[in-house]
Design a protein around this ligand. Structure first.
Ligand code: AMP
Ligand code: MG
Length: 366
């Protein structure tokens, strides 16, 4: 910042009285500049918050230092609350709700949990049960209610899987009255692992916008929502590659979420066999033919749920399920590294390197 010009334009060779006045003016102008600097929008502010077992990077463009500090503190607090309230196995509100369901009792939720259930019910229906956050009992049976990966050992017995499938747990078994939840199905156990990050970034971006911040990105390890721009250019984000590294880059248009789900992230390892953490709720077994799915959609919660659902849909069915969800920007990577993507997604991704690509239309008349 230039602070020299106001001083140099003052006539410092005038009489003593003028010099006194000039001195006061110099101090006053310097003070103004210092104060102005504190409330002027600077370029970029960023913070790394450790939540949901990952680092969430929040970047703001054009906010003041005060706004940024306030935003980072408030978002950190929001995320800590979500971690506590939405956790599938650490003590908190969701564990209490699941316990009440097991006991056949009603449970009190909060507006965010109710919203996640409502959204889930609709997505579960539209994906014909491929996305189903009521399969917490199955996820637990497979040992995926842990932060320690990989899990080592054989899969559960088929009889144990069948005992859960027999009850057909579904988010649509949950009745909602205000904040009161109840179900007749004792095998309904909520697990928001497939949408929590998506809804968290939605709430964080909504909070920033309420604070008057219109250029921001909230990035939870490559799963993100971004609004506005990074100065004179769009926000530019990476598309994760199964395993490690990046497939390419995408420039965000105004307000978008980009989420990737993969069967490479968390898994159970049994000698040569690997069992990934995304389960097909209809069979009770992990899904395997897709290595990763990346979805771009406006809302984080939809992009997150859809990425999980399309992994379950697999190579044959992802275009139809994407069509039902109204998604046009999808990229799927199979186990051999071949990329299948919609024409709209092909327009968006700038690939790093030579990657075999197959463009696939999604049905739009569903
Ligand atoms: P994501 O990384 O967003 O694909 O979410 C995966 C997590 O969602 C898993 O670790 C489970 O907690 C949960 N999950 C697994 N399979 C499903 C499914 N078919 N539908 C909904 N949630 C699932
Ligand atoms: Mg997901």
């Amino acid at each position: 910042m230039r602070v020299d010009s106001p001083v140099s334009t003052l006539d410092l060779n005038a009489n003593a009285a003028r010099r006194g006045l000039a001195g006061r003016m110099v101090i006053a102008s310097l003070l103004c500049l210092v104060l102005l600097a504190a409330c002027q929008p600077e370029e970029e502010h960023s913070a790394e918050l450790f939540v949901f077992g990952t680092i969430v990077e929040v970047k703001l463009w054009g906010a003041t230092r005060e706004q940024a500090n306030q935003a980072f503190a408030e978002i950190q607090q929001m995320f800590q609350g979500m971690h506590r309230d939405w956790h599938a196995w650490e003590p908190g509100r969701l564990v209490d709700i699941n316990q009440a369901f097991t006991n056949g009792q009603p449970a009190k939720a909060d507006p965010d949990i109710v919203e996640m259930i409502r959204k889930s019910q609709s997505i579960e229906q539209r994906t014909e049960g491929r996305f189903n956050p009521a399969i917490g009992a199955l996820v637990r049976l497979w040992g995926f209610h842990t932060s320690e990966y990989p899990i080592v050992g054989p899969p559960p017995k088929q009889a144990e899987i069948d005992a859960i499938l027999l009850h057909n747990p579904s988010s649509r078994d949950i009745h909602i009255e205000g904040l009161q939840l109840s179900t007749d199905n004792p095998l309904v156990q909520l697990d928001f692992g497939g949408i929590a990050k998506g809804y968290a970034v939605d709430l964080a971006i909504r909070h920033l916008q309420k604070m008057g911040i219109s250029n921001a990105i909230v990035n939870a390890g490559g799963d993100l929502r971004a609004v506005g721009r990074h100065g004179d250019r769009p926000w530019r984000v990476a598309v994760r590659k199964p395993g490690a590294g990046i497939l390419g880059a995408v420039e965000i248009r105004d307000d978008e979420s980009l989420f990737t789900s993969g069967n490479y992230e968390r898994f159970r390892q049994d000698e040569q066999e690997r069992y990934p953490h995304i389960l097909d709720p209809r069979s009770g077994w992990p899904v395997e033919d897709v290595a990763s799915v990346t979805v771009i959609a406006a809302e984080g919660i939809l992009a997150d749920a859809a990425a999980t659902a399309l992994v379950v849909a697999g190579l044959d069915n992802w275009p139809a399920v994407a069509g039902t969800l109204g998604l046009t920007q999808v990229l799927v990577v199979d186990e051999s590294g071949t990329v299948y993507l919609t024409p709209e997604m092909e327009q968006r991704v700038e690939f790093s390197g030579d990657i075999e690509q197959v463009v696939v239309e999604t049905p739009t008349d569903l």
